[in-house]
Design a protein around this ligand. Structure first.
Ligand code: NAI
Length: 340
């Protein structure tokens, strides 16, 4: 039976990515049905509404969302819809796998890191208070509950997936209470997972270590803003933002999206690399236990990347989004119809 999922077309390169990925899912005969909605800045300009009620109702019904990037104005304007969705549906675990691909040349051929980013609090609560003309205070919220569940999720993932180590990234030398509590809880919980090595590092040192020797890292767990920054840094190690997918997991709901944003600089130019969004769709398929289908798509992407003929510009190729998409579809067809 086909599983229904909600799809948000988003802003910038979002609609191009959705078109590409839905075509590939169809070619792979993914057992999914889609309820598709326009959301984001374009909707805001059209209807004064970032997200139509029917779109939210659909997600509340399907509980699974494939979301393409949404623009958030810098400095002024509305609150990030991405942050709102993560909070409204308590999607507390943002899981971001960053893996080198042997077809993509980088100085770091063996990166295999999974980032667990706390997704509901920290500085992302967006509480800012103007004290006077020249002073603004920004509040960072850290709760024991949120720390415990993301750290536990990282250790559980490590155990279930045969990973050797979890590294806690923090700034507890300066933020002694907030980051101090995160680190204290990490050390406590590490005692329940003695089969997994537990390590902790201050965030500034972590950045240096990541660009000098990323292979030392395995699973990493951190608060919201640190996770945001570290995952973009890690994407740079493996060839760019076009290659990093993510899952946002809560108790009842799950949302899958690329790590990157709406890339307004290349929107509408047929330059977007849909791989990160496609791999996010693969994570969705794995979430609904359609591993075989996800595997076929992953193999087709690998084949196209290794062939090296239809690469998008971010990967030093000249193929358009559509040509790359078509190459993956042809590769899927070569693999024949799905078995079973
Ligand atoms: P961005 O991630 O959109 O783009 C950064 C750079 O990477 C740009 O040069 C862009 O062309 C390139 N890039 C990103 N994705 C690519 C892809 N798939 N293929 C080829 N190149 C790609 O970050 P930026 O420019 O800082 O943000 C743009 C907007 O996106 C902002 O409004 C921001 O708030 C929003 N954003 C939304 C996110 C989401 O919906 N989850 C996440 C991050 C940012």
């Amino acid at each position: 039976m086909k599983k229904t999922v909600t799809v948000f077309r988003g802003d910038g390169i979002g609609p191009e990515l959705v078109d590409s990925v839905l075509q590939i899912l169809e070619a792979a005969e993914a057992p999914l049905k889609y309820e598709i909605f326009n959301v984001g800045e374009a909707e805001w300009k059209r209807n004064g509404e970032l997200i139509p009620q029917e779109a939210l109702q659909s997600f509340e019904k399907t509980k699974i969302l494939l979301k393409s990037p949404i623009t958030t104005p810098v400095g002024t304007g509305f609150r990030s819809l991405n942050v709102t969705l993560r909070n409204q549906y308590d999607l507390y675990a943002n899981i971001r796998p960053v893996r080198s691909n042997s077809a993509v040349h980088t100085p770091f051929p063996n990166v295999d890191i999974v980032i667990f980013r706390e997704n509901t609090e920290g500085l992302y609560v967006g509480i800012e208070e103007k004290k006077d003309e020249n002073t603004v205070h920004a509040i960072k919220v850290v709760t024991r509950k949120a720390c415990e569940r993301i750290i536990r999720k990282a250790f559980e993932y490590a155990r279930e997936n045969g990973r050797r180590k979890v590294t806690c990234v923090h700034k507890a030398n300066i933020l002694k209470q907030s980051d101090g509590m995160f680190l204290e809880i990490f050390r406590q919980l590490a005692g329940e997972y003695l089969d997994i090595e537990a390590d902790d590092k201050i965030i500034d040192n972590t950045c240096m270590q990541l660009v000098m020797n990323p292979n030392q890292f395995d699973v990493m767990v951190m608060q919201n803003l640190y996770g945001d920054i570290i995952s973009d840094l890690c994407s740079g190690l493996i060839g760019g933002l076009g290659l990093v997918p993510s899952a946002n997991i809560g108790e009842g709901y799950a949302m899958f999206e690329a790590v990157h944003g709406s890339a307004p600089d290349i929107a509408g130019k047929h330059l977007a690399n849909p791989t990160a969004f496609l791999w996010s769709a693969c994570m969705l398929l794995e979430y609904v236990q359609e591993n075989e289908c996800a595997g076929r798509i992953r193999n087709a992407v690998d084949a196209v990347l290794h062939e090296g003929v239809h690469l998008t510009r971010d990967l030093h190729g000249i193929a358009s989004t559509e040509e790359y998409t078509e190459a993956i579809i042809q590769e899927l067809k070569k693999g024949g119809r799905k078995s079973g």
